[in-house]
Design a protein around this ligand. Structure first.
Ligand SMILES: Cc1cc2nc3c(=O)[nH]c(=O)nc-3n(C[C@H](O)[C@H](O)[C@H](O)COP(=O)(O)OP(=O)(O)OC[C@H]3O[C@@H](n4cnc5c(N)ncnc54)[C@H](O)[C@@H]3O)c2cc1C
Length: 388
């Protein structure tokens, strides 16, 4: 397994590091957390640098890059904050990948160039008030009316909700139970009968729009069908690349926290010596570095082997589960190194702890990932549903 970066990847990471310093992303991260607004100029700059949609097909404005380059960029930017990396995440590993891989020619032409220019973004809409981990119980329903579909239902916790231009909505076709009845359609903001709930107030990831979506007899053209009923597997396969993006966010946040803790331990004094001279602080930093490196290897393995395609479900699940737990532990330890200042909003650690907490729920909980991993190890399905 070769974990070395290409010349282009190294150059990209260097340019992102320069940009972060030049544009003071540390302050920007704190500002976004406070105001809950990601400045539009940031998205424009990323678009100019070719960071948006670099994994998408070049014939529609992407750059045909493999996922590894995008994952490295997401990780580097998330060292400041996941919000600094958000548009790079969405445009490279988000729901737009489903359109790029499985959408029609018309859908690709309509969506991908706008995503690459930063004008459009696509939200993934799976979760419902009564269907989270138990996704196959979703009850949003679509019915064929002959010349169009009629969509009815409700979605919850949709990242990008209210701001995204397009929504990839997982829905049940007619009355077919279980995963066999599930497919996905593209719904555009502004369609009649499509409305948004109030914005969520999450403990972290402040700046990321998120809300409920309501579909009340929304007329969806047949041309907006992306994944037909019975092809649920395609949706979940593509979602595994988003899970690697989730893991990259964890690598970035943990890397940022470790760097802050190291700097602080070198300059903060207690008992007339820098606290880095105390063995417990050294061990904490060493443990943080070990866990972070181990997570990197798992995530890079999943993404590296995927190339321009999709990762193995097993590798992506193991990488996400480990990275999700690692980032909670690393940010918590880093906060401890900061003593009382770690708990103060004047310092970045409390924000990093809050931001770290989201990833082990978003994109599938730790428990559901462990069930999937165990199921692949045993080579058996473990049905979680109580028989009716
Ligand atoms: C920051 C954030 C962003 C999100 N973005 C999106 C998005 O863009 N699009 C989207 O569709 N959704 C999104 N979600 C929703 C997320 O995918 C769900 O919250 C998640 O899948 C869990 O569903 P739930 O909240 O309904 O929890 P539930 O499914 O009700 O689970 C509650 C608890 O029970 C556990 N549990 C459930 N079943 C089992 C079992 N069989 N064995 C063991 N434990 C079990 C769960 O692991 C969890 O701990 C987001 C969530 C967050 C926090």
């Amino acid at each position: 397994m070769d974990f070395s970066f290409t010349k282009e990847q190294t150059m990209l990471l260097d340019s992102l590091r320069d940009m972060g310093k030049r544009e003071n992303f540390k302050d920007l991260a704190a500002q976004v957390d406070k105001t809950r607004v990601i400045p539009r100029e940031l998205t424009n700059k990323y678009a100019q640098m070719g960071l948006l949609g670099m994994t998408l097909s070049s014939q529609y404005g992407g750059a045909d890059e493999d996922s590894m380059t995008a994952i490295l960029a997401i990780e580097e930017l998330a060292r400041y904050s996941p919000m600094i990396a958000a548009t790079v995440f969405e445009s490279n590993v988000g729901a737009v990948r489903v359109i790029d891989m499985f959408g029609s020619e018309e859908q690709k032409k309509a969506v991908i160039p706008g995503v690459c220019s930063g004008e459009y973004s696509v939200s993934v809409c799976m979760t419902e008030p009564e269907a989270g981990s138990d996704l196959t119980a979703l009850s949003t329903i679509i019915e064929d009316q002959g010349d169009h579909y009629l969509l009815n239902g409700e979605k919850r916790f949709i990242s990008g909700g209210g701001e995204a231009s397009h929504y990839l909505v997982y829905t049940r076709f007619a009355d077919v139970k279980g995963y066999k009845g599930i497919g996905a359609v593209l719904v555009e903001k502004g369609m009649a009968g499509f409305t948004f709930g109030k914005q969520e107030e999450f403990m972290g990831l402040r700046g990321m729009p998120s809300c409920d979506l309501f579909f009340d007899n929304v007329e969806v053209p047949h041309d907006n069908l992306v994944i037909k009923q019975g092809e649920f597997g395609k949706l979940m396969l593509t979602f595994d690349i988003e899970r690697c993006g989730n893991s990259a966010m964890c690598l970035g946040v943990a890397g940022g926290a470790l760097e802050e803790a190291k700097k602080y331990a070198l300059q903060r004094k207690a008992f007339n010596r820098p606290i880095c001279e105390f063995q417990d602080i050294q061990f904490a930093i060493a443990d943080m570095a070990m866990k972070l490196d181990a997570a990197k290897l798992l995530v890079y393995r999943a993404v590296g082997e995927a190339g321009k395609g999709l990762p193995s479900i097993y590798q992506a699940s193991i990488g996400k589960c480990f990275a999700n737990e690692m980032v909670k532990e690393v940010t918590d330890k880093a906060m401890q190194v900061f003593g009382g200042y770690g708990y103060s909003v004047e310092f970045p650690l409390e924000r990093m702890v809050r931001d770290a907490r989201a990833w082990s729920v978003a994109g599938g909980t730790l428990q559901m990932l462990r069930i999937a991993i165990a199921s692949m190890i045993f080579g058996r399905k473990f049905d979680q549903r109580k028989p009716e």
